[in-house]
Structures are given as structure tokens and as C-alpha cells.
Design a protein. Structure first.
Length: 294
């Protein structure tokens, strides 16, 4: 904790080995022309070390992988959460998985998965692919959260599969799924205001947009350097709709935490954004809350 804030980083990426981390990060920064490049190594050990140093209580592992290793990567993510209970696992899916995806999701949930991460542009599939219909229906039935990457990656567009318009069929049809749109829905203020007004199940994570450190240059970032823009957005859409996320290792958790803590919004709003919203949405059994009850 920092002061009386429970801190939860709702958006991080990690990789099984140093070699894989280096390969993936170098590939990403080259392919997507990320300037500046990543700030971390993307290892579990580094995440845990940073959490201890910076008093971060929980970290959401929002991992995904190519289809050929996706299942193994999901299992590894869950395994890491067993080894380090303060790490909260999301799994990823792909319509080309050769199995009943709903049955597979049920198995992942039994193992401890708390949500789904989809980066449809990098994973190269249309998010409303008909092969995922049963999955979305099941998530809608049990209100299982999905974190979607939304918008460009850096300033490079490999396809339009993560554009907001491509996510709208899911948003329109599945009103019981807590849907988190990464990167403040690409940081387009008008989209944020429209979405929050018309869809009560839509949330936004702050990663790369409400940032305390210059990270990946994206389309709508410039206006977010102004605290007054952030204050107005929070006032209009509500602090209960926003989740702190860093996009580590492409963003810096501690710099972003400090930025949010220094913005002139209410103490209660900061508590919601920095951790309480994420604990609620992903059904994290927070030990601090349990201790306070006991």
C-alpha cells in the first residue's frame, strides 16, 4: 500500500524467459516503431521486485501469445500466479484454438484465471469472429471480464482489428460483460465520453495515456499531458469507470502512480482508480479488506 491506497496495476505483460522477453520486446519495438522503447525486461522476477520496491499490492498479468503457444502461455501465466499470489492471471484466446473454447475457459477459471486479455490486431483475428460467439455468451452469462487492447499500437497499424469500430459488435451485444478498453480507448476523449454515457459495462485503463513518463507515442496522447483534461474526463465519466494500468514493460508503474496521485481529484476517486475498481471487476479477494473486517 501507499498511504491508504491499495495499488493494483491492471495491465502488464510478462514473458517466461529472459531470452524470450528480449526477442519479443525487440521485435515489438522494431515492428511498431515504438519511441522510446520498453523500459523493463518483462520478467516475472522484475515485476515482483518492482512491486516490493514501489508498494504495489497486486499486478494483473494481461498476457497473450501466438496461437501455437497460446495454451502453454496461459498455463504458465496461471502457474506464476500460484507461485506469486499477488499476481492475478488473465488468459487469452484465439478463434483458431482447436478445442471447445468455452470448456477450455471453464478449466482456466477453475485453475484461477480472473479474466481474458484480447489483442486482436497483434493476434490477427476479428474480435467478433463467429467462432467466439459461444465464448462471449458464456462470459456474458457469468459476467466474466475481458480486457481488449483498443486502438493503435504506437503509431503503426498492422490492421484495424483493435479499432473501436471492430469492438462495437461485442460492446453492443454483451451488456453483462465487464469490458475494459485498454489505453483509455486509444485516448480519444469524445469516444470516452460517448461510450461511458451509452454503455454502463465499459471501463477504461490508463495505460500509456495517463502516464508519468514519456513512453510509447500514440495518436491522442498530447492532450493527456494536461492535468485539466484528465480532471474533466474523470468528472464526466466517473472515477468508478477507470482502472490504473501501466502496460509494463512499455510503461512505468511507479511514474504513473505518482502522476495519478498528484492530480487534483478527490481522495476517494484516487482510491477507486488506483486499485478498488480493479479489485471489484476482477473479483480479487484483497487481504487488506479481509484484515479490516476481522
Amino acid at each position: 500500500m501507499i498511504e491508504d491506497f491499495i495499488i493494483v496495476d491492471s495491465h502488464t505483460h510478462t514473458y517466461p524467459t529472459d531470452d524470450k522477453a528480449n526477442t519479443i520486446l525487440n521485435s515489438f519495438t522494431s515492428l511498431y516503431n515504438m519511441q522510446p522503447t520498453h523500459i523493463g525486461k518483462g520478467t516475472i522476477e522484475e515485476v515482483v521486485s518492482n512491486m516490493n520496491r514501489d508498494n504495489i499490492d497486486y499486478t494483473i498479468l494481461a498476457n497473450f501469445a501466438p496461437i501455437k503457444i497460446l495454451h502453454q502461455n496461459n498455463l504458465w501465466t496461471i502457474e506464476m500466479s500460484k507461485k506469486y499470489p499477488k499476481l492475478i492471471p488473465l488468459i487469452s484466446i484465439h478463434p483458431e484454438m482447436e478445442c471447445d473454447i468455452v470448456d477450455l475457459l471453464k478449466k482456466y477459471i477453475k485453475l484461477g484465471a480472473k479474466g481474458i486479455k484480447i489483442h486482436s490486431s497483434v493476434q490477427d483475428f476479428i474480435p467478433n469472429d463467429l467462432r467466439l460467439k459461444n465464448l462471449y455468451e458464456y462470459c456474458n452469462e457469468i459476467s466474466f471480464p475481458i480486457l481488449f487492447h483498443c486502438g493503435l499500437t504506437s503509431e503503426f497499424r498492422p490492421n484495424n482489428y483493435s479499432d473501436l469500430e471492430m469492438l462495437m459488435p461485442i460492446i453492443d451485444n454483451y451488456g453483462n460483460i465487464p469490458i475494459i478498453l485498454g489505453h483509455m480507448a486509444e485516448g480519444n476523449v469524445n469516444d470516452l465520453l460517448w461510450l461511458s454515457k451509452n454503455y454502463q459495462n465499459i471501463y477504461f485503463d490508463t495505460s500509456i495515456v495517463i502516464s508519468g513518463l514519456l513512453c510509447i507515442k500514440r495518436v491522442h496522447d498530447d492532450c493527456w499531458h494536461d492535468d485539466e483534461v484528465i480532471i474533466e474526463v474523470i468528472d464526466r465519466i466517473g472515477a468508478s469507470r477507470i482502472l490504473f494500468g501501466s502496460d509494463y514493460p512499455f510503461g512505468s508503474p511507479i511514474h504513473d502512480i505518482k502522476r495519478i496521485m498528484n492530480i487534483n481529484i478527490s481522495h476517494e476517486s484516487k482510491k477507486l482508480i488506483l486499485g478498488e475498481n480493479t479489485i471489484r471487476i476482477f473479483s480479487i479477494k484483497d487481504t487488506y479488506q479481509i484484515d479490516s473486517i476481522l
